[in-house]
Design a protein around this ligand. Structure first.
Ligand SMILES: *Cc1c(COP(=O)(O)O)cnc(C)c1O
Length: 359
């Protein structure tokens, strides 16, 4: 693996107080960059002071959206050590997104090393207040200068990181979601399984309408029949009806969430009945009306997000009295315990900064 060249900033900033942190607003002193050129492959891995890029106005990513990203976190435990959560899985998923977007793969060892090296240099930015973490955003953009639709011959891989606040400051807070019978996010055969910029652009209009109607996020239904649950804006969806936990299958239209996988692994370890199968919105509503439903979203930002209310076709359905369900809370507590190193990690999900792979 090529050695990473390091240029340290001459003007280190003061990280904000942990209590004031929000999400995605503050970034650290450095960033990681690496270039790709046809014929040369990925080259010049480097860490440089954080700062803006200069791009030609005809840079193809600005016009045709050939861009991918991922999102993961590092946590400072009560023991002071910094742990990455499922780093190799996020590296693999970035390459999976690359595949869908005709972007050349990056050596997964280099993805992991780029993140480790950057967090190592900026480790004083990893907050320690319970619930806070360092959010890590690896990104690839197409950088060739042209107008016309074809894969770029050059790319920039970069990583930025920033401290983020506790998602739940005063206990878990159930969200209200609106199932859309009008808009779709992705269809089977499209790009729904990739973390690519365009998917989020495609979600804005419907999300704004949902917010005007008093909902936090959109629950996307399948793109063909508008009948089966797909996922929420940046979360996979799960529900429990009686003793069965159900989540939509990875059918190509939804993202393979790593939190989704963590939850499924835990549930199976706990001996619960888990089904990855299509689930129709009508069945969800029937279960909600009968008081047999618990529902939550899974994603890196919130880990687990209880759903307290579901909107559909002008009706509102309250779920579990609008409160966090017992299983939802147990899943959250278990995963967060592992992330901060407060609980044992039987699945090998965390990697301590300073320990190289295998450590
Ligand atoms: C990132 C994301 C998720 C959640 O994935 P995690 O790996 O659990 O963070 C789910 N759906 C979409 C559309 C996403 O972008």
């Amino acid at each position: 693996m090529t050695k990473i060249a390091i240029t340290r900033t001459a003007h280190p900033k003061q990280p904000p107080a942990d209590e004031t942190l929000a999400f995605g607003k503050v970034f650290t002193d450095h960033m990681f960059l690496m270039d790709y050129d046809e014929g040369r492959g990925w080259h010049d891995p480097r860490i440089v002071p954080y700062g803006p890029f200069t791009l030609d106005p005809a840079t193809c990513v600005l016009h045709y959206g050939q861009a991918i990203f991922d999102g993961l976190k590092a946590f400072r435990g009560p023991d002071g050590r910094i742990r990455f959560f499922r780093l190799p899985d996020h590296a693999r998923r970035l390459n999976n997104s690359a595949h869908y977007l005709c972007i050349p793969k990056i050596d997964p060892a280099m993805i992991e090393e780029s993140i480790r090296a950057l967090v190592e240099i900026d480790q004083r930015w990893v907050p320690s207040l319970p619930g806070t973490s360092l959010y890590i955003r690896p990104t690839v953009i197409a950088t060739e200068t042209f107008l016309g639709v074809h894969p770029s011959s050059s790319y920039l891989y970069y990583v930025i990181v920033g401290p983020v606040g506790a998602y739940y400051k005063e206990g878990m807070n159930p969200v209200r979601i609106l199932a859309s019978d009008k808009y779709v996010r992705a269809v089977k055969g499209g790009l729904g399984a990739a973390k690519t910029a365009g998917n989020y652009a495609a979600s804005l209009f419907a999300a704004e309408e949902a917010q005007h109607a008093g909902y936090t996020q959109v629950l996307w239904l399948d793109g063909v029949e508008h009948r089966y649950l797909d996922e929420v804006g940046t979360m996979n969806i799960m529900l429990k009806i009686d003793d069965e936990v159900i989540t939509p299958p990875l059918n190509g239209a939804i993202l393979a969430g790593i939190t989704r996988d963590s939850v499924l692994t835990l549930l199976r370890t706990w001996g619960m009945r888990v089904s990855e199968r299509p689930i129709a919105i009508d069945d969800v509503i029937a279960a909600a009306k009968a008081g047999r439903l618990e529902m939550w979203g899974t994603g890196t930002a919130a880990v687990i997000s209880p759903v307290g209310e579901l909107g559909y076709k002008g009706e509102r359905y309250v779920i579990g009295d609008g409160k966090t369900g017992a299983l939802t809370q147990r899943l959250y507590d278990t995963i967060v315990g592992i992330q901060y190193g407060r609980a044992p990690d039987p699945f090998g999900w965390t990697r301590v900064l300073g320990n190289r792979p295998g450590g």
